[in-house]
Design a protein around this ligand. Sequence first.
Ligand SMILES: NC(=O)c1ccc[n+]([C@@H]2O[C@H](COP(=O)([O-])OP(=O)(O)OC[C@H]3O[C@@H](n4cnc5c(N)ncnc54)[C@H](OP(=O)(O)O)[C@@H]3O)[C@@H](O)[C@H]2O)c1
Length: 323
Amino acid sequence: MKHVRLGDLEVGRIGLGTMGMSFAYTGAGSDDAESIRTIHRALDLGVTLIDTAEVYGPYTNEELVGRALKDRRDQVVLATKFGMISHTGRRGLDSGPGNVRTAVEGSLRRLGTGHIDLYYQHRVDPGTPIEDTVGALAELVAEGKIRYIGLSEAGPATIRRAHAVHPITALQTEYSLWTRDPEPETLPLLRELGIGLVAYSPLGRGFLTGTISSTEQFGDDDFRKDNPRFTGENFERNLRSAAEVEAVAAEAGATPAQVALAWLLTRGGDVVPIPGTKRVSRLEENTAADTIELTPEQVAKLDGLTPAAGHHHNEAQTRLIGL
Ligand SMILES: NC(=O)c1ccc[n+]([C@@H]2O[C@H](COP(=O)([O-])OP(=O)(O)OC[C@H]3O[C@@H](n4cnc5c(N)ncnc54)[C@H](OP(=O)(O)O)[C@@H]3O)[C@@H](O)[C@H]2O)c1
């Protein structure tokens, strides 16, 4: 696996998102043994960046990752997130300094580690100045509890203000063939400031792999059930984008998932996708995207993909991003 830099932090250029092992998608929590094998296989194949969050479960995903890394902690760049759960009695988002301190202790305990390599604010908290949050995080860096600071789905003004308090290492945001929102403003800003971009849902929550042909495949608690891209007419229209990815994949001698990831790797050495899977076979498939070289013609076709129909988040989630 080739290595790249997120700020000063070196990582394998394809990471692993563990959310779906415990949370949000159909089958979550159904086979922890296979999930743990998937994490181990990732490490064997040179993946280093493992991504979880306090809210995944909640808590159970960090516990699972902690179990998986019991004897392999030193092989991993371990990333987790805080701020979607309040431990101080507030409602909703809480990135107040008191909550940051409580949250980090819980994550360290569940992950079975003395330090977190990359600690993200999961969503910007409109009730707490970002300077106060990053100030509390900088104290955790000084104490050795966390090594690097990240933000997730923060808007440009917040990124600048945060970075002025303490260097921000990575912004985690949705970025994929069908979610190109970071390109006009966010990506140039990150490059100006030397911040890496960690691309979440790089497979379009599974859609770009060509394996989702009907929403009947989703269980009742699957988050995609009320995602605008997966509902009604939008879903039908979006099948066209998936077919276009499949056509390029056939030409490249790769799978659609690999093409979706290889395209992200062409965006620059500061863009690190974290595809999510709870299965060894798919992990192997996704990680092999490291070796796929797309031709300029294939990249051009992917650049011109039919834009997705529907927003990438539902209304409630949309209100929380870009703040
Ligand atoms: N910061 C944030 O707010 C935020 C939001 C969402 C996600 N994330 C992070 O980003 C990670 C990845 O995003 P994501 O899980 O939402 O979406 P994703 O990586 O785009 O897609 C994951 C989905 O695709 C399926 N899949 C994976 N590889 C496949 C393959 N080769 N062929 C067919 N299907 C495949 C998975 O199913 P199986 O598991 O059954 O293989 C899962 O349902 C998460 O795990 C999480 O760590 C962060």
